[in-house]
Design a protein around this ligand. Structure first.
Ligand SMILES: Cc1cc2nc3c(=O)[nH]c(=O)nc-3n(C[C@H](O)[C@H](O)[C@H](O)COP(=O)(O)OP(=O)(O)OC[C@H]3O[C@@H](n4cnc5c(N)ncnc54)[C@H](O)[C@@H]3O)c2cc1C
Length: 437
């Protein structure tokens, strides 16, 4: 089998080592991750996806879908990297409160279409991650406390199986595969489109409030008080920030599925803290949800580590607030709970998540020395947190070097592995965090 066969098998662009543009095309969004792939294919349609699987099977290669590379793990040596950006198309059905999107569509596009109908999808903080990649990993949304994992709202997947067949998979048509796809990652099929339920959001209130670093302890105490009483409609995140050549800062991010008066009252505790640098609280259009945290949308080199915490005690407070966070740029504590913690019949493999808080630590990884220092600081914080670290972490928040099994209960990982062996015995499909590794 030759590369000519690959070019003639698909309509989309095929880039091979040595081709002009190959280096650029094989880069992940996370520029700190190197990718030495065998080929990059930009699928034009679902037929191309099936053709790539057919080619990979005949050639003994694996295929990895990577719409953006936000979740790149580097585990793609020698694979065919499948870009899905041209599998676009967003159809919102306001009467049925559903959306159907192509595999390359980002959350920002869905929110822009759904918002004017008073509806939202279960997006996370970034508007530029793909709906498909995020949802296949479960998807921890601003609205997860109210509605659970994004994957729990999925109605159907259009996909190409590891055997190269095209199929539409629902809870009734193929319960095992449908379950695995709702949180088990990209190991089970190549998805070409997703259909999911939307949720009412006639009004949203939220935004970021920021203070100088010396207010950190007061802001943290207010965060703990607010989250202790928060209704499921409210999600609040605490952030310490240390940007280059800038003084340390502390911030609270919030999103409330409700009106301004109620949202303002729920966050009134923050008004007692002086020295506010910026207060962006106000009504939020669904389409602007990604502006709350204002994360970078262009590619950047980063090294992250996430941990679920069983609670907050003095040791946690000391580890998170006791000293400067450098060389980290950000340390974030997300309040979980609500529907994420509930056992629900028919849910996917990600939940329930009993831990009430998620810690996320991020640093720039612009060179190996800085990356090592960032990793060292993250490891130090985890060590200091001690027994409050549960050891489990959401699949979408896995970092390089971590394994899929950290994201699931023993029962869930056993079932996922059985389904993987059954549906992809030759290992044609490769997720960023493979379920069998
Ligand atoms: C700035 C930032 C903010 C984030 N915020 C959140 C958040 O709030 N909540 C949250 O849960 N996560 C969050 N994440 C993590 C993010 O959801 C994951 O990195 C997710 O994997 C991104 O999906 P992607 O498709 O854009 O990334 P990619 O790295 O391109 O894809 C990730 C994986 O998804 C699978 N995949 C993608 N498309 C397909 C397909 N068509 N068929 C089969 N498999 C496929 C593949 O296994 C692929 O390796 C954030 C990440 C960043 C960098």
């Amino acid at each position: 089998m030759t590369n000519t066969d690959l070019r003639s098998a698909v309509k989309g662009r095929v880039l091979l080592p040595g081709d002009d543009g190959f280096e650029q095309a094989s880069k992940a969004w996370n520029l700190a991750v190197e990718q030495r792939v065998a080929a990059v294919v930009e699928a034009e349609d679902a037929g191309d996806v099936a053709a790539v699987v057919g080619y990979a099977r005949r050639s003994g290669l694996a295929v990895s879908a990577q719409p953006s590379g936000h979740g790149a793990s580097g585990d793609v040596d020698g694979v065919i990297l499948l870009r899905t950006g041209r599998l676009g198309g967003v159809e919102v059905n306001p009467e049925e409160r559903t959306a159907r999107v192509g595999a390359g569509v980002t959350w920002g596009r869905v929110l822009a279409e759904a918002g004017p109908h008073g509806l939202t999808g279960l997006a996370g903080s970034s508007p530029v991650v793909s709906v498909t990649g995020y949802t296949l990993g479960g998807g921890l949304s601003w609205f997860g406390r109210k509605h659970g994992f994004a994957a729990d709202s999925v109605r159907a997947f259009d996909l190409v199986t590891a055997g190269g067949e095209r199929a539409r998979v629902t809870a009734d048509s193929d319960p095992d595969l449908f379950w695995a796809l709702r949180g088990g990652g990209g190991d089970f099929a190549l998805v070409t489109a997703v259909e999911f339920g939307l949720h009412p959001a006639p009004s949203l209130y939220g935004g970021r409030v920021m203070w100088p670093g010396h207010r950190t302890r007061e802001v943290f105490d207010a965060f703990m008080e607010i989250t202790a009483e928060a209704p499921d409609e409210l999600s609040v995140w605490f952030n310490r920030m240390q940007f280059p050549q800038a003084p340390p800062m502390v911030a609270v991010d919030a999103a409330f599925l409700g009106d301004e008066a109620e949202g303002r009252a729920l966050l009134a505790r923050l008004d007692k803290i002086d020295d506010v640098i910026a207060d962006k609280r106000g009504p939020v259009a669904v389409a602007d949800l990604g502006d709350i945290t204002a994360e970078p949308t262009d590619p950047v080199p980063g090294r992250s580590r996430a941990e679920l915490l069983t609670g907050v005690d003095d040791a946690v407070v000391e580890a998170l607030l006791g000293g400067p966070i450098e060389p980290l740029m950000g340390l974030q504590l997300r309040h979980l709970g609500g529907a994420l913690a509930a056992s629900r019949p028919g849910a996917g493999p990600s939940g329930p998540v009993a831990e009430p808080y998620l810690l996320y630590m991020l640093g720039a990884a612009i060179n190996p020395e800085l990356s090592a220092a960032v990793g060292g600081k993250q490891a130090w914080v985890v060590e200091e947190l001690g027994a409050r670290v549960s050891g489990r972490k959401p699949y979408t928040m896995l970092g390089r070097g971590e394994r899929a099994e950290a994201a699931f209960s023993a029962e869930a990982i056993a079932r996922l592995r059985e389904i993987k062996r059954d549906r992809d015995p030759e290992g044609v499909l490769r997720a960023n965090f493979p379920i069998l590794a």
